[in-house]
Ligand binder design. Structure first.
Ligand SMILES: [Ca+2]
Ligand SMILES: [Ca+2]
Length: 204
């Protein structure tokens, strides 16, 4: 019987403990309440605050990563082929555009591989050094235009309107990498490059 005895005093003590611990009934808690109850207005305010904070952090991160915007147009020059080139900081070395951001330092200070130019290609590259393929899905360096190779994928960088003169032999080619003009070095080399075999029969 002793094991089932209830001690009224312990029940009273338990209630007393809750009050001493500072806990209050839920209705009182809400009356004292926090300044921002979980209402829709409070939620929207919190979301806006987080968005603003996120935007500020992004701007700071971009600023740290890319630093002061470079005057990209001040690095213009003419390469040996008279094509537009990239002028290194030494103001002497003029690189072909395709040497920019190719993973190899060609300028003495590595400026051609810096995040300033390679951070967000193609937008971070000097605009005069890139050719946007008409399909707008890809781009190439301007020294890849009219080099007889199909760099855009649809030969738009080698079209007759883009490249009216052919330094090699003009024909309908058989390989995807070629367009309508092949280098003279591939004439009479024992390999068919033109659909009509003219590279092996007519070209000199
Ligand atoms: Ca390079
Ligand atoms: Ca090309």
């Amino acid at each position: 019987m002793a094991a089932h005895r209830i001690h009224p005093q312990s029940q009273v003590t338990g209630i007393s403990f809750l009050h001493h611990a500072g806990e209050v009934p839920s209705d009182q808690h809400h009356k004292r309440g926090h300044s921002c109850l979980p209402t829709r207005k409070c939620l929207v305010t919190s979301c806006v605050a987080f968005l603003v904070l996120g935007a500020v952090i992004t701007v700071i991160a971009v600023g740290i990563t890319f630093g002061k915007p470079a005057n990209r147009m001040s690095h213009q020059c003419r390469a040996a082929s008279q094509q537009p080139g990239f002028l290194c900081e030494d103001h002497t070395t003029c690189l072909l555009p395709s040497l920019l951001c190719d993973g190899k330092m060609d300028c003495g200070d590595g400026g051609d591989e810096s995040a300033t130019y390679c951070g967000q290609m193609p937008n971070s590259l000097p605009p005069n050094l890139i050719f946007k393929c008409p399909n707008q899905k890809t781009w190439i360096y301007v020294d890849r235009v009219c080099d007889t190779r199909n760099d855009c994928g649809d030969c738009s960088d080698e079209s007759v309107s883009q490249c009216p003169s052919c330094s090699g032999w003009r024909c309908d080619t058989v390989f995807f990498a070629d367009c309508a003009c092949i280098p003279k070095s591939r004439c009479r080399n024992g390999i068919q490059d033109c659909a009509d075999w003219s590279d092996e029969n007519l070209c000199d």
